[in-house]
Design a protein around this ligand. Structure first.
Ligand code: C2E
Ligand code: CA
Ligand code: CA
Length: 590
C-alpha cells in the first residue's frame, strides 16, 4: 500500500499541493485512488492537509473543503492525538513509514477507528517534502473486538468481573510499575447462601447474587474492582489504597451493605458475609498466592464466627502447616496408642469431695503434649473424631468400671462429645456399645455437648437425646453461655446439667457483669431443675462466690487438675483427693 500511496503522490501535480487547501487532485494514480474509495491524504510535515480523496471526506463525514483547510490533528480524537503527533514527527525525521491504530474525532458520523499508515514523500523536483497518510476504517472490527474482550472478562450472571478478570487485574498489578504500592485482594463468601439456595430455590439464589454484585459495585471506588470467583464467592481488588485502614474501611462498608435485607420473591432475606483480606506485602505474588492468602484469612473469619473480616498474616500459614503436620501424625497416633484420657474431678463446693470426673483427652506425640484445643478441630475436619470419640467413650466407661473394682467409686463419668461425633449416624451405637461392653450403669454416664452441636439440627438432636435418655444416659450443655442465644431449647431437650463456661467464672470476682451472668445462669438452672456445674474454678474466692450463689458443683485447678489414672489413684490413696458420698442427680444436695 505504501508503494501505491507513493505512486499516487507522484502522480499529483506538485505545484497544486504545495499550499494548504489546494484544489482537487489530478493525475491517473490519484484518480485511481479516488475510484478505489480509499481514505488517503497528503499532509505537510506539520500535518496541514494538502489533499484528500473524496472518500476521506465521506468516511470522516467532514466537508472536503473543511478537510483541506485543517490540520490532520484536528480530525484525530484527543486520546490518539499525541500518538499521531509522534508518528508524523518521527516519520518526518527518519523518513521511516509508521502504522498505528488511532481514533478519529467525530465528524457527523461520530468517532471511529482507523488503521493509519504514514510514509514520507519527497519529490525530487519539489523542495518541500510531505507525508502520505493512508487509512482503513476498522471501527466495526475494534468495537466487536472490544465487546468480545469485555465479555471474556464478565460474569454473565452478575455483570461483575469473572475469574479471568481477577487474573488480569492481579497480573496488571504485579507486572506493572505499581508493584510496591498498596494493593489488596479481598475474598468474600456469603454466610448461609446454601440455605437460601436450598430453601428458596436457585432462581432466588441467582437474584441474590446479582444484587450482591450490584451492591458491591456501588460500594467500591473507581480504581477498585469487583469480580465473582464462582458460587457465592466474590473478590474485591483494591487499588489506590493509602493504608491498611483504608482497606478495612471498605470491608466494613461491604459487611454493612451485605447485611441490609434483600427482597426476594416478596420475602425479606438477610445474609452476612465473611471476608479474608490479603494486603500487598511488597514481594511480588502470583494470582494464586493472592487468592490463597485471602482464602486462608476468609476461613479464619468463618472460624471466628462469620459476619466479619480477617487479615492474612504469616501466622495463619504457620497454623495451617501445623494442622497439616498434626493431621499426618494423627492416623499413626491412633494405631500407636498415643492418645490417653486424663480425669479431672468434679466436686461439691462445700467439702471439695469428688462426685464425678470429666474425661479429657491427651495426645503425647514425639515427646510433647498436643492440646485438645489443637487436635480436636483437626480430627473433626478429617473425620477421625468419630473413632477417637468412640474410643474415648469406651475407655472412660472401662476406667469407671476398673475404679469401681478397686473400690474407688467416683459416681459419674463425664465425657465430651464433639458436634461432628454427635451428628454422626453411628453415635447412638457407639454409646450403647461402650456401656454394654464395660458393664457400667448407663445412669452413671454424663455426655457433655455444646449448644452449637445441639442446634445444628435441633430435631435430629432431640430424637437422638431422647433415645439415649431412654437407655438412662444423661446430658450436660458444655460451655454454657458462649454459644446459641435462644434459651427455648433448654426446655425442648432432655438435659440434666449446665456447665457454666470458664470465661464467666474467671471474670466473676472482678466483674459485676460476669457475676450477674453467673447468677442468672444458676437461677435458670434451678428453675429448670438442672444441675449447675461451674468449670475453670482457679481460686478460693471464685469457689466461695459460686457456693454462696448456690452452684451445685465445681471443677477447676483450685480442686484438682486433670490427672492420669495412676496419679488420680495415688492421690485418692494418699488422701489428697477424697471421694464424696452424695448423689448428684437427686434434688437433695449434701
Ligand atoms: P472443656 O470440655 O471445656 O474442658 C475443660 C477444659 O478446661 C480442659 O481443657 C481442662 O483441662 C481445662 N481446665 C480445667 N480446669 C481449669 C482451670 O481451673 N483453669 C483453666 N484455665 N483451665 C481449666 P483441655 O483438657 O485442654 O480440653 C480443652 C477442650 O478440648 C475441652 O474443653 C473439650 O472441649 C475438648 N476435649 C477434651 N477432651 C475431649 C474429648 O475426649 N472429646 C471431645 N470431643 N472433646 C474433648
Ligand atoms: Ca467439657
Ligand atoms: Ca467446657
Amino acid at each position: 500500500m505504501t508503494a501505491f500511496a507513493y505512486d499516487v503522490a507522484l502522480a499529483q501535480d506538485p505545484a497544486e499541493h504545495r499550499r494548504p487547501g489546494a484544489g482537487p487532485a489530478t493525475g491517473e494514480a490519484w484518480a485511481l485512488l479516488e475510484a478505489s474509495g480509499a481514505l488517503a491524504m497528503r499532509v505537510d510535515l506539520q500535518g496541514h492537509v494538502l489533499n484528500a480523496t473524496t472518500a476521506t471526506a465521506e468516511l470522516l463525514v467532514y466537508p472536503r473543503e473543511y478537510l483541506l483547510r485543517t490540520s490532520v490533528l484536528d480530525i484525530i480524537a484527543l486520546e490518539s492525538r499525541e500518538r499521531v503527533t509522534l508518528m508524523l514527527a518521527g516519520c518526518a525525521q527518519d523518513h521511516m513509514a509508521r502504522r498505528e491504530r488511532v481514533r478519529v474525532a467525530g465528524g457527523i458520523g461520530g468517532p471511529g477507528w482507523l488503521d493509519l499508515h504514514v510514509s514520507y514523500y519527497c519529490d525530487t523536483d519539489d523542495d518541500s517534502p510531505s507525508l502520505l497518510l493512508f487509512g482503513q476504517d476498522i471501527t466495526q472490527w475494534v468495537e466487536s473486538e472490544r465487546d468480545l474482550t469485555e465479555r471474556a472478562f464478565l460474569d454473565p450472571l452478575t455483570g461483575v468481573g469473572n475469574r479471568a478478570y481477577i487474573g488480569k487485574r492481579i497480573e496488571e498489578y504485579t507486572s506493572g510499575n505499581c508493584a510496591g504500592q498498596p494493593f489488596a485482594v479481598a475474598l468474600m463468601d456469603l454466610d448461609g447462601f446454601k440455605n437460601i439456595n436450598d430453601s428458596l430455590g436457585h432462581e432466588y439464589g441467582d437474584a441474590l447474587l446479582k444484587e450482591v454484585g450490584a451492591r458491591l459495585q456501588d460500594t467500591v471506588r473507581t480504581r477498585q474492582s469487583v469480580a465473582r470467583l464462582g458460587g457465592d464467592e466474590f473478590v474485591l481488588m483494591l487499588d489506590g489504597l493509602e493504608s491498611e485502614a483504608d482497606a478495612v474501611r471498605i470491608l466494613e462498608r461491604v459487611i454493612h451493605v451485605c447485611r441490609q435485607p434483600f427482597l426476594l420473591g416478596g420475602c425479606q432475606v438477610r445474609i452476612t458475609t465473611s471476608i479474608g483480606l490479603a494486603l500487598s506485602s511488597g514481594a511480588a505474588q502470583s494470582e494464586s498466592q493472592w487468592l490463597r492468602r485471602a482464602d486462608l484469612a476468609m476461613y479464619e473469619a468463618k472460624a471466628l464466627g462469620k459476619n466479619r473480616y480477617c487479615i492474612y498474616s504469616p501466622e495463619l500459614d504457620r497454623r495451617l502447616d501445623e494442622q497439616f503436620q498434626i493431621e499426618q501424625s494423627m492416623f499413626e497416633a491412633v494405631q500407636n496408642g498415643e492418645f490417653l484420657l486424663h480425669y479431672q474431678p468434679i466436686v461439691w463446693p462445700g467439702t471439695g469431695e469428688i462426685c464425678a470426673v470429666e474425661a479429657l483427652m491427651r495426645w503425647e506425640h514425639a515427646g510433647r503434649d498436643i492440646r485438645p484445643d489443637v487436635f480436636i478441630p483437626v480430627a473433626e475436619k478429617n473425620g477421625l473424631i468419630k473413632h477417637l470419640g468412640a474410643w474415648a467413650l469406651r475407655c472412660a466407661c472401662a476406667q469407671l468400671a476398673a475404679w469401681d473394682a478397686q473400690g474407688i467409686h467416683v459416681g459419674h463419668m463425664s465425657v465430651n462429645v464433639s458436634a461432628m461425633q454427635f451428628l454422626h449416624p453411628g453415635f447412638y451405637d457407639s454409646v450403647r456399645n461402650a456401656i454394654q461392653e464395660t458393664g457400667i450403669g448407663a445412669d452413671r454416664l454424663l455426655l457433655e455437648i455444646t449448644e452449637s452441636a445441639l442446634m445444628t439440627d435441633p430435631k435430629a438432636a432431640e430424637e437422638l437425646l431422647l433415645s439415649l435418655r431412654a437407655l438412662g444416659i444423661r446430658f450436660a450443655v458444655d460451655d454454657f453461655g458462649t454459644g446459641y442465644s435462644s434459651l427455648s431449647y433448654l426446655r425442648r431437650f432432655p438435659l440434666s446439667a449446665l456447665k457454666v463456661d470458664r470465661s464467666f467464672v474467671s471474670d466473676m470476682v472482678d466483674s459485676p457483669h460476669a457475676r450477674t451472668i453467673v447468677s442468672a445462669v444458676l437461677s435458670l438452672a434451678r428453675e429448670l431443675g438442672l444441675v449447675a456445674i461451674a468449670e475453670g474454678v482457679e481460686t478460693d474466692a471464685q469457689g466461695k462466690l459460686l457456693a454462696a450463689q448456690g452452684c451445685n458443683l465445681v471443677q477447676g485447678w483450685r480442686y484438682a487438675r486433670a490427672l492420669a489414672p495412676v496419679d488420680f489413684e495415688n492421690a485418692v490413696t494418699d488422701g489428697k483427693l477424697v471421694i464424696g458420698e452424695g448423689e448428684v442427680f437427686t434434688p437433695t444436695v449434701p
